[in-house]
Design a protein. Sequence first.
Length: 353
Amino acid sequence: MSTAAVTDKRGSSLRSASLPKWSPWAIAGGSIVVAIGIGAGAGLTSHIQWGLIAALLFVLGTYVIASAVEGRRQAKDRIATSLVWVAFLLAVVPLVSLIWTTVKRGVKVLDPYFLTHSMGVVADSEPGGGIYHAIIGSLEQVGLATLIGAPVGVLTAIYLVEYGRGGLARAVTFFVDVMTGIPSIVAGLFILSLMLMADMQPFGFAGSLALAILMMPVVVRSTEEMLKLVPNELREASLALGVPKWRTILKVVLPTSIGGITTGIMLAIARIAGETAPVLLLVWGNSFINNNPFSGAQQALPLYIYQQYSQSSGSTAAYDRAWAASLTLIAFVMILNLAARGIARWKAPKTGR
C-alpha cells in the first residue's frame, strides 16, 4: 500500500459527520410547530408563552440532534450559538412589537394638520388639535439643555483625561458616576427647590436646567472614553515641537476624537428628549403656543403624551393623539441616532488598503 493511500485513509477516518447549513432553520421551524401544538393543546392563549416554548425546544433540539450527528463537543458550540440567537430574538421582538404598535396606532391622526396646530381651545376629550406647541417646547428645552450640558460635559472630560490628578479628579469622577444613575425626578426636584427659594413660576428654561443635569454625566463619560482612545504619540509629538498643551488639545486631541464626541452628545440628546418627570415638575404644560422658554409654562412632547393618555377620561381622540405624539418622538430619537452613526462613520479615520 502506498504512502498516499495511507494518508488518504487516515484523513478520512478523522472526518466526522456534520449537519447541513439549513439544519438550524429546520430545527427552528419544527420547534415552532411543536410549540404551537403544545400551546394549543394546553390551552395557552398568549403568543409569548408559545414563543418561549419554541425557544426552549429549539435549544434542546439543537443539542440533541447535534450530539447524535456531530458529537458532544460540536453540540456545545451549536447550543452556545442557539442561546445567542434566542437572546437576540428576546431583545428584538419586544422592540419590533413596540414600533409596530406605535406606528399602527399613531398614523391615525398623524398628518400635516396635527404637526402644525396646537391644542388651543380643544378639550382633551374632543377630536382635533395637534402637537405644534409641544414640538416647539421640546426643541427649545432640549436645545437649551444641550447648549448648557454639552460644553460643560466636554470640558469636564478634558480636565479628567488631560489634567486631572489627585483628590479633585477622583472626586469629580465619583460625582459623575453618581449623577449617571440618579433618577430624573431628583434633577427636577433640585431645580424646583431653587425655583421655590427664588419664588419663580414654571417656565421652559427651568426644564432645560434639569435636562442639562441629566445630560452632563452622559457627555462626560462618552467624551472621556473618546479622548482616551487618542494615541499618546500624537500628544507627545505636538509637545515635542514646543506647542503648548492647551493648543495641543485644541488642534490635535479634539479633532482626532471629534466624531466620537459628537456621537456621544447626540446620544445624550436622544436620552433627555424623552424625559417626562422634570418637565412635569418645572414646565407644567400649556395648551397654547409659547415660543418664549424664559417666561410662562410650556409644553413638551413627553409631557403631552402623558397628559393625553392619563387625563383624557377614556377619550379615543386623546388616545390617538398620544400615540401619534409617541410616534413623532420615536422618529425624532431615531433621526438623532442615525445622525450620530453617520457622523461617527464620516469622522472615522480612513485607513488605506
